[in-house]
Design a protein. Structure first.
Length: 94
């Protein structure tokens, strides 16, 4: 990676809060799974965006927590689990 490329990347980097501010109610969001689950973005989505409603999340085998599956998030997020990992087994069973 060249210095110019790295500088351009650093200038374009955004905070998790800025990134999740782009999500709107009623949208569909894919959350990458496995070891690539971006827990920081998932947490920011659930803690800073209390205004969201009916966001459809699509994911498979998430690692880490799944705060969007908490009962208090039911108005905001609907989980479409294509393969259920440990963090969602209880929520899916309910």
């Amino acid at each position: 990676m060249t210095l110019a490329t790295m500088t351009a990347w650093m200038n374009d980097a955004r905070s998790p809060e800025e990134v999740v501010s782009l999500i709107g109610s009623g949208q569909r969001v894919f959350v990458h799974g496995g070891c690539a689950t971006h827990s920081t973005l998932v947490d920011a989505m659930c803690t800073t965006r209390r205004d969201l409603e009916d966001v459809q999340l699509y994911h498979l085998h998430l690692e880490g927590g799944a705060p969007f599956a908490d009962p208090g998030q039911a108005r905001s997020f609907f989980s479409n689990s294509l393969f259920t990992g440990a963090s969602l087994r209880t929520a899916v069973a309910d």
